[in-house]
Design a binder for this molecule. Structure first.
Ligand code: SER
Length: 315
């Protein structure tokens, strides 16, 4: 029987993925962990433990004592926060991954999941339909840590037979958690401001196209790759993954069709340079061919769903 440990469970992805894992494996088979005790209230459906991912011994004890068979390692410092604290971001993002991979090797875990990102790409990467294999020269600490992390994942798979799987997520948009310090998080915040009747102050230029994905698609992709038979997961660094691309002006126009008096102002800041270094759109043919990836949500469908559900959601 599988026993699942989710690290960084209270973050944007974990807040939704942990529930899906509990549904799949049974709530008693899932342990959610996060840095903050205050996250406990989110996890009334499964066990919750406070865990600092940098606490190597604490993490090891949990894996050993609870007979963990799979780890979902979701804790990370994202792009915008990482630029404010580069060495902290590097240390947290890299050391925690190495701890997890080492534990997977030592305890012969069945599987590990670790998210990568479009941030592995950089200014010299082809921007349109960015291929799976191409120049990657990321210029954010977050991107550098994700690129190095991908190499470590493949290394542990090849040298130590660790079954680690990974996706290069586009900007993820969900309404069940608040924005978490990413460059793409403007596309989360904009819905909160629109519903609060406030003007949205956008930190990116109106024409900045970025690859994005609605959270239900991200959850589906994550469960699909983790449930796929080992031999069809051919890429062991990380898979390109795509659903939609849009600019701030396009998401604004889409929200306007529901909330006609919504206002936006564009005041680009340091995050513009981060966004400019990332692709406009992604070619995810490998994910579609290898394990049957298919997205469900486009901008219009996502917007309708968020505007209908966010007002009733309790944080
Ligand atoms: N959403 C992330 C960020 O903006 C990218 O993976 O930092």
């Amino acid at each position: 029987m599988e026993k699942i440990l989710v690290i960084g469970a209270a973050g944007q992805l974990g807040s939704e993925l942990t529930k899906s894992l509990a549904d799949q494996y049974g709530a008693e088979q899932v342990i959610a962990t996060d840095l903050n005790e205050s996250a406990r209230s989110k996890f009334d459906f499964c066990r919750f433990e406070v865990l600092n991912v940098m606490d190597k011994d604490g993490l090891r004890n949990l894996v050993k004592n609870e007979n963990i068979t799979q780890i979902y390692h979701l804790a990370a410092v994202l792009s915008a926060v990482g630029e404010k604290k580069p060495l902290f971001a590097w240390e947290l993002n890299m050391d925690s991954l190495i701890h997890v991979l080492e534990l997977a090797k030592e305890f012969k875990l069945n599987k590990v999941y670790w998210p990568s990102s479009i941030a592995v790409f950089g200014p010299n990467t082809p921007k349109i339909n960015t291929p799976q294999y191409c120049v990657k020269e990321p210029n954010t600490v977050y991107g550098i840590s994700k690129q190095a992390g991908e190499r470590w994942c493949e290394y542990y798979f090849q040298k130590f037979n660790v079954d680690v799987r990974s996706l290069r997520y586009p900007g993820l948009i969900g309404y069940k958690s608040l924005p978490g310090g990413g460059t793409t998080d403007y596309a989360v915040d904009i819905y909160h401001k629109a519903l609060a009747g406030e003007k949205f102050d956008c930190f990116l230029r109106e024409d900045t196209s970025l690859p994005m994905m609605y959270m239900p698609d991200a959850i589906k992709a994550t469960l699909d790759i983790m449930n796929a038979p080992r031999e069809i997961v051919k890429i062991r660094s990380s898979y390109n993954l795509a659903a939609m691309n849009f600019t701030p002006e396009e998401i604004y126009q889409c929200i306007l069709t529901h909330i006609p008096d919504f206002k936006i102002e564009y005041n680009p800041d340091f995050r513009q340079a981060i966004a400019d270094s990332w692709p406009d759109s992604i070619d995810d043919t490998c994910a579609r061919e290898d394990w049957g990836w298919k997205h469900d949500y486009d901008l219009a469908r996502m917007t309708k769903d968020i505007l209908e559900n966010l007002p009733n959601f309790k944080f």
